[in-house]
Design a binder for this molecule. Sequence first.
Ligand code: DAH
Length: 338
Amino acid sequence: MIEEIKRIQEKSQDEFASAVGHKELEQLRTKYLGKRGILASFLKRIGTLDSELRPAAGKAVNDAKRAVVSFFEEAKSRIESSAGGKSPATFFDYTLPPYPFPKGFLHPCTLVMDEILDIFMEMGFEVELGPEVELEYYNFEALNTPKDHPARDLQDTFYISGEVLLRTQTSPVQVRVMETIDPPVQMISPGVTYRRDAADMTHLPMFSQVEGLMVDRGITFGHLKGFLTEFVRQMFGEGRRTRFRPHYFPFTEPSAEMDISCGVCGGKGCRACKGTGWLEILGCGMVHPHVLDFVHYDTEKFTGFAFGIGVERIAMLRYNIDDIRLFFENDLRFLKQF
Ligand code: DAH
């Protein structure tokens, strides 16, 4: 009988190993381990044996039972892990996305960036892109900011090597575009910029700008004011006053900063506008003839205006956010509000 049990055990091993699917597995389990299964029938037969043979036979049946159970378990996990045999009751795919499926949304700065681009594209500006890892020549030199110029101190950055750096502004794209096409030029250039600034409520070492440039015959400061005033009207709505305040940029002459009346106090003066009633939104000016010289444009024939908008700054004004760092902390409780 012991020989017989061993043979049955071997046979069951083969059968479990080649079982396909839960149904067949269950049939095999009943066949060998069920109440009226093969191993149970051996147990019953033990009673018919001579008493001195019974212990060994009992042990053989129990050993076989343990072995068959392990064949069953092995086959079960093999079937469950193979694609064909998933049992919905026991199989759980941890890689599936949770339900309900979370819907993605755009970052507030992306929303504002898109809005800025839409407004200018509608006014005829074409989008151009430039590298974030930039040559010193484009970032400073060709923008009328030579090596010993004090304006470089205001835009310290991360140098890759002596001549290669992370751009501090999108203005170098002006030069790159003018190098490749003849006037008229009417372009905007969105992108990320870098400065060696410590993060605080209004500064980050990485931020975004949108650059604008228009060069043609007879372009005046009047054109600049017209385009930018219309931009503010579309971006912030009717009823915001604007002003152009004299400023200095090396690559424009004259240069200005544009302010809009404070949306919090309506221009009376409050904490948000530091009591002035005005909020600065961008830098701008008439393209300096030196810059046009660098790209071999005829300064007798062509003039232009340029501007640079800080995207995070516009987003902060638009959504009344007082700390720029919130944009990059990736806290969903903040980001989901837009
Ligand atoms: N590049 C300047 C900055 O980052 C912003 C700027 C000012 C851009 C005047 C311009 C401009 O094109 O004309 O501070």
